[in-house]
Design a protein. Structure first.
Length: 396
């Protein structure tokens, strides 16, 4: 029984080693990194300050689509392509909506810039909750997650606004001032006769009265006014089917990547702005916008922006690159963890206990041998006396 108890004691000691709490002070980033590597999640370094504003240790660098910082969104450019008689041109003639489209483009760039700047400012005032001192990679990961949430919210915000504008404009039948939705004219051939019609698609199957249509933009030699003045006899036919007029036209020059449409906003969102990346296309523009001869726009945009629609650029808020960096040293200082603690197994105590038990075992063996020898001797003597004691029988 004693031996069994002894073995139970040994097994219990080995399978249940003692855990010892160790406290380390004067924590530095290097020491914390080493402790974290050695003890992992067993390491605990409570922050003295558990709430730190993001702006204290996070910086954001946002670069925008080059088109937003180019001359093409400047007042100089927009005013140079403005034509007082823009409403006289066909819907698919770039002159009818060029100024409006670039002004909208500039506004969208400004809106994106302001929205991002405001979001970053608000993000900076938010608090980063850090009960425990975290390693650099975990801090970076949590900050990146917060930034991704901001980007997602911005995307939802701008998409909702654009959809609202498109639906509201279409459902309420709003008419532009540049005759792109409903054309109204006064013809002088047989006196001053007013006329008008909803603008239709090139195939005559769609109308700005019911749809938000777009067609590739170009430059055309005629306008609505000179066409009706020269072709009055066809007036009533084309009033019923004005889309037929477009079939008869050939563009004197095309504006690659741009569209004309019922609404300049819709046409712009579909456009890819390819002309702004093409020297040959840009060289044609001063022929139709004379004021551009006074504007220096020789520098082109980078070619990697072609074939990307304005709608896609806007969904990303015209962001070319968004870099988020953390200053871990500042975070470490703000957290101000004064001590770190961790637990470790006291194998020294286990070894000592096992050694002690072995010593006890050896002593126990000696004691047991002595006791057993003594007991045997005593038993032998008793047996000897019992067997050699004479028996006296009494006499009658």
């Amino acid at each position: 029984m004693i031996i069994i108890s002894f073995y139970v004691l040994i097994i219990t000691t080995i399978t249940n080693p003692q855990s010892v709490a160790v406290t380390v002070s004067n924590i530095t980033p290097e020491l914390f990194k080493q402790l974290r590597s050695d003890y992992g999640l067993a390491l605990s370094c409570p922050c003295s300050t558990i709430s730190i504003p993001y702006k204290a240790f996070v910086s954001n660098e946002v670069s925008f689509d080059p088109v937003c910082t180019s001359i093409f969104t400047s007042r100089e450019w927009i005013e140079a392509i403005y034509l007082p008689n823009a409403s006289a041109y066909l819907l698919i003639d770039f002159r009818s909506t060029a100024s409006s489209q670039f002004e909208i483009l500039a506004d969208l760039c400004s809106f994106s810039n302001d929205s991002i700047f405001q979001s970053i400012q608000e993000f900076g005032t938010n608090q980063f909750i850090t009960v425990q001192l975290l390693p650099e990679n975990q801090v970076q990961s949590e900050v990146n997650t917060a930034i991704e949430l901001i980007q997602e919210n911005l995307h939802i915000q701008v998409t909702s606004i654009i959809q609202f504008l498109e639906v509201t404009t279409q459902l309420n039948g709003l008419v532009t001032a540049i005759n792109t939705v409903y054309s109204v004219y006064i013809y002088s051939t047989y006196g001053y006769i007013p006329g008008g019609f909803p603008v239709q698609t090139a195939d005559g199957l769609g109308s700005c009265a019911t749809d938000s249509i777009t067609n590739p933009a170009g430059f055309y030699s005629i306008s609505y006014l000179n066409y009706w003045d020269d072709n009055y006899n066809s007036y009533f036919y084309y009033l019923d089917a004005p889309g037929e007029l477009i079939h008869m036209l050939n563009a004197s020059a095309n504006v690659s990547g741009f569209f004309g449409g019922c609404y300049p906003l819709v046409a712009l969102l579909e456009s890819t702005l390819d002309c702004l990346y093409n020297d040959s296309c840009l060289e044609v523009l001063p022929d139709y916008f004379p004021a551009l001869n006074q504007v220096n726009f020789s520098s082109l945009l980078r070619s990697n922006g072609t074939n990307i629609s304005v709608n896609d650029r806007l969904s990303n808020l015209f962001v070319n690159e968004w870099l988020t960096k953390i200053n871990y040293s500042t975070y470490f200082t703000e957290c101000a963890a004064s001590v770190c603690t961790y637990t470790k197994t006291d194998w020294t105590s286990v070894s000592y206990t096992i050694g002690l038990l072995i010593s006890l075992y050896g002593s126990l063996i000696i004691v047991l041998r002595f006791i057993s020898t003594t007991i045997v001797n005593i038993a032998s003597k008793i047996e000897f006396r019992l067997t050699n004691t004479p028996i006296n029988f009494g006499k009658d």
